[in-house]
Design a protein around this ligand. Sequence first.
Ligand code: GSH
Length: 258
Amino acid sequence: MSSDLTLYHWEPNANSGKPMLTLVEKGVSFNSHYIDLLAFDQHKPDYLAINPMGTIPAMTHGSRLLNESTAMMEYVEEAFPGPAMMPDDPVDRWRVRWWMKFLDQWLCPSFSMIGWSIFIGPQVRARDPRELEAAIERIPLPERRIAWRKAIYGLFSAEELAESRRRVDLGIGMLEDALAKREYLGSNQYSLADINLFNSAYGLPSQQPDDVNDEKTPNIMRWLRSVARRPAVKQTWTYSRVPRFAERILPLIEEATA
Ligand SMILES: N[C@@H](CCC(=O)N[C@@H](CS)C(=O)NCC(=O)O)C(=O)O
């Protein structure tokens, strides 16, 4: 499909999944450009010419470059018609933004650190050490260079990982409480806050089955299944190329449609 909008993304997961699911929910057509994070495509000259930060996702709309996944979701919400992904009521809008800030600044970086230490790092560790060092040196943002080094060489400290686990445990409790009060995270309406969270949380029942399950977190499970059941979510998964990610979402979708 040809469109003046191109989304540069990896898996429909975490940051890449956020603008992608927003586009699909709103029925906006876009060109999909898959950037293979594990092949370091995001640091190659072709992509740096589009997004000099060397991070994904990014989006071009005509001559505009848009990056930062949450700001991208808000852009899509405001620039295109289609179902509203923000509630009308000011206090509901505040709550949506509160949760997105909490997710972006506090909880998701901890999901990410754990994911990078157990999944991303081990995936690339076995490659030729010289090639890996050269690949790390090509990363434009110093903080991303540090994150890659820590993931590849197993250098996240015990304290850092313990703090991330503490935040994930606390965050799960906060989400369960919030979803006991309302159908969705920010209000009783599905919104950008749900899109934001879902893309980082759909793997929790398979990754942390002792912490996120029908007995301990019935409201998170209800919410996960209800979001997984959305046709737009299923559509985003057609862009996946890494089976390990897709396999985590399948049990949710299967139970939801059973
Ligand atoms: N705050 C940015 C973070 C972007 C980001 O760091 N994305 C990760 C993937 S989720 C990335 O590009 N990692 C690859 C790398 O650092 O090389 C956003 O929300 O878009």
